[in-house]
Design a binder for this molecule. Structure first.
Ligand SMILES: [Zn+2]
Ligand SMILES: [Zn+2]
Length: 337
């Protein structure tokens, strides 16, 4: 990503966060990115400037040196959750005003009124796609997608996903007074976070934040969480269409995490992710990026390596099946997703 694109994105984040925090919450990968950027910033101030870190509301100031900016991580999509349906016209006006005030040569279009039934939890999703001004940036375009989710139900759940797929996605961010605060959702489906008391919840949050900084997380498999095994999914309790949809969505999110360089700590007895010298079992290419070292095969068969694209494809082509795909070598089913 080029420096000017980063600058614009950082500014855009500031606007979006500011707009949404006043109205609701931000969740998903942009929260983890925010945590890591805050850390990079503190590191910058303690190492390079020998001064105290300014408050978070100055976070997006353009005081960064180039090397610090290069260390920053930006997501190209932002998920926002609003507990009510705002007056969209005034919301849009506010957005446009912000852009004008900040002299940002960026345009956006809004996809409105799209309604989605997401796993028995009705949401209205509006997507705003921001585009850089092509004429200003010598014909180059980049896009940031902002999803606004409106939930007009009472007893709102924070964050809005019913079932949490990974610990790092259980965090959400809210603007409280002048700074951004990170919270851990207490209602994420059926994982241990749901039953934690306040103190435990706070401890768990700190641990998850620590892991996010190390780019580590725990992934919650749908199959294991729902008590699905290969046996009962075949015989007693076949996976329904809804379950298959849910699993497809979670598999996509799993690979998104892995592609972002996350280490999945609770699956290390099933696979390890890292750069390995061995060739991929499927495409026989030796990859310079991360690969899975699969632990299912017997050690005498050697280190079984499947590159990330092949592993993803293996799952992708099996997602309509009611059981997980088998290891191409030992035929053990990968039941972690
Ligand atoms: Zn491969
Ligand atoms: Zn195997």
């Amino acid at each position: 990503m080029k420096t000017y694109q980063r600058k614009i994105l950082i500014k855009l984040y500031e606007i979006i966060f500011d707009l949404c925090m006043g109205y609701g919450i931000v969740f998903g990968s942009s929260v983890a990115a925010y945590i890591r950027r805050s850390k990079a910033k503190r590191k910058y101030y303690s190492e390079y400037e020998n001064q105290d870190c300014p408050e978070d509301d100055e976070y997006f100031s353009e005081m960064f040196s180039k090397e610090t900016v290069d260390r920053l991580e930006l997501t190209d999509d932002i998920d926002c959750y609003l507990g009510y349906l705002p007056d969209w016209t005034s919301f849009e006006k506010k957005l446009r005003k912000y852009f004008k005030q900040n002299y940002i040569p960026i345009s956006f279009h809004v996809k409105k009124g799209e309604e989605k039934e997401v796993l028995r939890y009705t949401k209205q999703v509006k997507t705003v796609v921001f585009r850089s001004d092509t004429s200003f940036f010598i014909g180059e375009v980049f896009e940031v997608k902002v999803d606004f989710v409106f939930d007009e139900k009472e007893n709102q759940m924070y964050p809005p996903f019913k079932i949490c797929d990974a610990e790092c996605n259980a965090l959400y961010m809210k603007k409280s007074e002048e700074s951004f605060k990170i919270f851990l959702s207490k209602n994420t489906g059926i994982i241990d976070i749901d039953i934690l008391c306040c103190v435990e919840n706070e401890e768990k949050k700190m641990k998850i934040i620590e892991d996010v900084l190390k780019r580590e997380t725990k992934y919650f498999s749908i199959l294991s969480r729902m008590g699905f095994s290969r046996f009962n999914s075949r015989h007693n309790n076949p996976m329904g269409d809804e379950m298959i949809e849910l699993r497809k969505r979670n598999c996509k999110r799993f690979f998104k995490l892995v592609n972002r360089g996350y280490k999945i700590t609770n699956f290390e007895n099933i696979f390890k992710i890292g750069i390995v010298e061995e060739c991929c079992l499927i495409c026989h290419e030796s990859s310079t990026t991360n690969s899975f070292s699969v632990q299912c095969c017997k050690p005498e068969q050697g280190n079984t390596v499947i590159c990330l694209p092949c592993f993803e494809q293996l799952f992708d082509s099996n997602l309509d099946e009611r059981i997980s795909p088998p290891c191409p070598q030992c035929r053990t089913h990968f039941e972690f997703l």
